[in-house]
Design a protein around this ligand. Sequence first.
Ligand code: IPE
Ligand code: IPE
Ligand code: MG
Length: 266
Amino acid sequence: MFGKILGFWRREESGDQHGAEAKRLLKKLDRSRLPKHIAIIMDGNGRWAQRRGFPRAYGHRAGVESLRDIVKACSELQIPILTVYAFSTENWKRPQEEVDILMDLLVEYLNKEIDELCRSGVRINPIGRLGDLPRQAQDALKMATDCSRNNKGLILNLALNYGGRTEIVDAVRSIAADVEKGLLRPGEIDDKVISERLYTAGQPDPDLLIRPAGDFRISNFLLWQLAYTEFWLTPVMWPDFRRVHLLRAIDDFQRRERRFGGLIKK
Ligand code: IPE
Ligand code: IPE
Ligand code: MG
């Protein structure tokens, strides 16, 4: 019990320390080598809440604050694309009550944030099998997409009812339909043709993938696009994740040597 209390107090460093570190990292970053596309698996909400003796929903609500902070930070850093994993094709397996809370939070987030997002030039781009989401969620997404369509800042890909395998299935179906119609020959199918049929068509693959909450897996996220992405994993739970963690990830990313299967001339 005592350890638990101490653990609670010790959780993460203080905001002041974060502020100082963020400032230092911000100064150090090479602006010409920022990632063009960052992907985040927003994980750990449930455990974060349960460790504090709260219901999982409390963690999901806290996670929205992290999203707000990270979207703002990416926008300010002029990162072109941020993709966040918000609900997977497998997350329907959760109790209906939790699914409902997640969908309600999505609607609330979009309704509350749309003005601020638009002021910052953010373009909302939902990706996934959106037609299977509840009506209210689809309506809110349509509103946010329509309102932000002409914005020129950060593209925010919201992965909802998203599965990497489902995305590939959808791409294969669309290619097969074109082959059947005689619009495409099998021999013409290459990496580029497949990339252009994915939900992320026209976007560069992520340079950096961030997974909070300590697990070391992809969980069906961007299977095709992550082929040469740099991974940055942290035990920090998503509700505790703030811009200082994003800056740590980018700082680390800038020290990586990306070879893409080739060799670097020394
Ligand atoms: C991420 O947090 C949110 C979603 C998957 C929708 P989790 O709910 O997975 O939290 P943990 O991993 O159980 O702690
Ligand atoms: C991945 O997290 C999906 C989202 C963050 C939306 P999960 O919590 O669903 O992944 P697993 O079950 O730990 O692999
Ligand atoms: Mg999880």
